[in-house]
Design a protein. Structure first.
Lengths: 122, 386
């Protein structure tokens, strides 16, 4: 999965930075299962095709509808320089349903270390 | 996203849409001849929009003299002109009263003055969406020089009793600025019967004009110094800013298409009639209240708004998520978040924000029905998480 472009952006009331991303393919249930490895997922399956919200604590959240080729990401502003790279990595490592967990898990550990240091100083 | 759903626009408290065809036509016509007047040109030019605009606004607001009408970019611009201009005229630190209902267009200029040591500032809390006029009188001191408050809340849709407050302040010589951003065009106004020193309006909300035009009515400009200076097309020999209205505050080239839209917007409102407009707004409010307040998962923050503004939240869902779902699934536009009113939200939802639904004259009953159903559907699903 790849990001084709970002469509809109805004600063949110909670201080986060929102970007809408246009993807090269639709978001599938399998992709959401993949996301669950890296954060928490909530879903309202009865709304439209299914509304989902993924939260990677201290980093970003993603929300959207299943079977749509776009989603909205809210980055925690203080660590956005690290986490936006990780988002791109996540999509790349998903590899159309054959995820490269090894690479991504390694990047996740490194990311969370940097995030912790930035946010909590240790 | 079901893009085939027609757009339902319920964000009129932010900016009204659609604009009446008469407004669009008036703007187009305004561009067909060169703008003139105000000492900035010769020859055959377009209508005298500025004079006509002042007369139209003054008449619509029940203000006796068109000369008291000053145009600005918008309400925020007008409020900055008034607040900072008033502060500039004071020779010592003074006391200001405002309310926690206010928009950042009031809060931020006042906070700045407080932070820089120019004023003492008191925020009056509200109860049941309204500020008790007595609570304002209770904090007035001999240092109180200015009170700034909104006429209608942009989140709760409540209209404040500015008559009582105005009379009290007038008797004590305290300058009173009223932010009418949400009431202008929504409720009949008769400014000449009120003891206000300045009334602020914006053109792009209830008055159905373009963004970029607003203004204020001020009777005695002496306590408000001009804070911006420049070309006025008059008295050009002098390097001093003219002291007369409107040149005291109106600098640079005017937004003529904006004024044209304002004239046409007000004309449209007068054609419909304020009574008819209000009746429709009341019906819309009643409908949303009936539909939404019976839902256990929906919290309504003011069950009795005076303006077509309904503030709510859905239990278990972030307000921004509700807005996202409405936009993406149903093509319904609302406003979520803090609505530039942080103190108000601290009081009603711990600063989390809410969903604001604001229909207009152009919102059909069917659109209200679709929107209410969509919101209820979200509430029904809000706890079915996997």
């Amino acid at each position: 999965m790849r990001i084709l472009r970002s469509n809109r952006h805004k600063y949110c009331a909670d201080g986060s930075f929102m970007k809408e991303f246009i993807l090269d393919t639709e978001v599938t249930p399998e992709f959401l299962d993949f996301l669950k490895h890296y954060g928490s997922l909530e879903m309202l399956p009865g709304l439209g095709e299914g509304f989902y919200k993924f939260e990677k604590s201290d980093c970003f959240s993603i929300k959207g509808f299943l079977n749509e080729s776009s989603f909205e990401v809210r980055f925690k502003k203080e660590v956005m320089e690290f986490t936006s790279d990780f988002l791109y990595s996540m999509l790349y490592c998903y590899q159309n349903g054959k995820p490269d967990y090894t690479t991504l898990n390694r990047r996740d550990v490194a990311l969370m270390e940097r995030v912790r240091t930035r946010l909590h100083g240790n | 996203m079901k893009q085939e759903n027609p757009l339902i626009y319920l964000n009129n408290a932010a900016t009204s849409w659609p604009k009446p065809p008469e407004v669009i036509q008036a703007v187009q016509e305004s561009l067909e001849l060169p703008f003139g007047g105000g000492g900035r040109g010769t020859g055959k030019v377009s209508r005298d929009y500025l004079t006509e605009g002042r007369e139209t606004v003054a008449q619509f607001f029940g203000e006796n003299s068109p000369d008291t009408i000053v145009f600005s970019l918008n309400a925020t611009d007008a409020l900055n002109t008034l607040i900072h201009g008033f502060a500039a005229s004071q020779t010592e630190k003074f006391h200001v009263i405002t309310t926690t209902l206010e928009h950042n267009s009031v809060l931020r200029p006042l906070h700045y003055l407080e932070k820089t040591g120019m004023i003492y500032l008191d925020y009056i809390p509200f109860s049941n969406a309204r500020v008790d006029p007595e609570s304002i009188t209770e904090v007035v001191t001999d240092k109180t020089r200015l009170v700034v408050m909104n006429h209608g809340s942009n989140v709760l849709g409540s209209v404040q009793d500015i008559r009582v407050v105005g009379e009290y302040l007038h008797d004590r010589g305290i300058f009173f600025i009223v932010d009418g951003s949400q009431t202008a065009g929504h409720i009949p106004l008769n400014l000449s019967s009120l003891e206000l020193d300045a009334f602020v309006f914006t053109g792009h909300k209830g008055l159905l004009g373009l963004p970029g035009i607003g203004g204020f009515c001020i009777r005695n400009p002496d306590p408000v110094l001009p804070i911006r200076m420049g070309g006025t097309g008059t008295n050009s020999k002098s390097l001093d800013q003219p002291g007369d209205l409107p040149e005291r505050y109106e600098i640079g080239t005017h937004n003529y298409p904006g004024v044209a839209s304002l004239i046409a917007g007000i004309s449209f409102l007068k054609t419909i009639g304020m009574d008819t407009l209000q009746k429709k707004a009341d019906r819309q409010i009643e409908y949303f209240m009936k539909e939404l307040s019976s839902e256990p998962g929906i919290t309504i923050y003011n069950p009795e708004p005076d303006l077509p503004i309904i503030a709510c939240n859905i239990t278990g869902l972030d307000n921004d998520d509700v807005g996202y779902i409405l936009a993406r699934k149903d093509n319904i536009v609302v406003r979520t978040g803090l609505h530039c009113a942080p103190l108000l939200h601290n009081a009603i939802d711990d600063g989390a924000g809410c969903v604001r639904i604001s229909p207009s004259w152009f919102t059909t009953d069917e659109e209200c029905q679709i929107a209410a159903e969509a919101i209820k559907e979200i509430a029904h699903h809000a706890d079915s998480q996997i």
